[in-house]
Design a protein. Structure first.
Length: 188
């Protein structure tokens, strides 16, 4: 009968594996950092960011005093950089407050057309765009007669048509001046 040499190989492997599995002790110090490897290829491009609009124009007007009669109006001529061509391709948002241009009253800014409350009286206004040659502006009219005059500051936000948005659900509540100011990063 021939003896197999298989048994010594198995016993040697078993002893050798037990030798390494029973090693315990504290971890050693971290070695020095290695040399930096070569620069790898550029990663994929990230997702596109939100579309912005650097062309939004905000114009602030100091307080004007409004007469009490229905139809009384104030004219607001735009700066020369706001041309008729820009106005023909832009959205126009108008806000009024009975405070200072920095809105120090508790009433806040109100969208026009609409109602501006002041001292317990509601003042209702609407707008009409005006053009004279290449100069643009708006007239704001008192819609109903009032029992008191109103001194109101006005802000106009012009959004050129390069800012295309879906009409299904607006990204901003345009009736809220503070929401428009935050959305377009406008300053006071």
């Amino acid at each position: 009968m021939k003896k197999s040499s298989f048994l010594p190989v198995i016993l040697s492997a078993l002893c050798f594996s037990l030798l390494f599995t029973n090693c315990k002790g504290p971890a050693g110090d971290v070695g020095p950092a290695g040399v930096a490897g070569p620069v790898g290829p550029a990663g994929p491009s990230g997702p596109a960011g939100q579309t912005g609009n650097a062309n939004v124009i905000q114009i602030s007007y100091t307080a004007k005093t409004w007469a009490t009669a229905k139809g009384s109006a104030q004219q607001f001529v735009f700066p020369s950089n706001v041309t008729t061509a820009i106005m023909n391709n832009s959205a126009l948002l108008v806000y009024m407050t009975d405070g200072t241009p920095n809105n120090t009253t508790s009433y806040g800014w109100y969208a026009i057309p609409g109602i501006v409350p002041s001292n317990g009286v509601e003042h209702e206004f609407y707008t009409q765009t005006t053009f004279a040659g290449n100069t643009a502006g708006i007239n704001i009219y008192r819609k109903v007669a009032s029992t008191s005059t109103l001194s109101a500051s006005t802000r106009i936000v012009i959004i050129p048509a390069n800012d295309i948005r879906s009409g299904r659900k607006a990204a901003v509540d345009f009736s809220d001046y503070n929401a428009v100011k935050a959305y377009y990063n406008l300053e006071d």
